[in-house]
Design a protein around this ligand. Structure first.
Ligand code: SF4
Ligand code: SF4
Length: 72
């Protein structure tokens, strides 16, 4: 099974919750603001993501989506 991870920087308000809960320390905060003036989270270490969905469940702004993709 393959998964696709998407974090919409425009929905993110930079609360940092996802970076705090990620068990693999995948996420970090960007150093450039989005159009609303927030520093959005991003996957700094995407190769370490285990698609546990913890960050998705924690995000109050539903900025993160993990979806199944068809296996190659
Ligand atoms: S899905 Fe899990 S491992 Fe991947 S970034 Fe989110 S909390 Fe971290
Ligand atoms: S939990 Fe959501 S709103 Fe907060 S920093 Fe992460 S992606 Fe952005």
């Amino acid at each position: 099974m393959a998964y696709k991870y998407e974090l919409d920087p425009e929905r993110c308000k930079g609360c940092g919750l996802c970076t705090a809960v990620c068990p693999k320390k995948v996420l970090d905060m960007a150093d450039k603001v989005n159009s609303k003036g927030y520093f959005p989270a991003y996957q700094k270490n995407p190769g370490d993501c285990v698609f546990c969905t913890t960050c998705c469940m924690m995000c109050p702004d539903v900025a993160i989506t993990i979806s199944e993709t068809e296996a190659a």
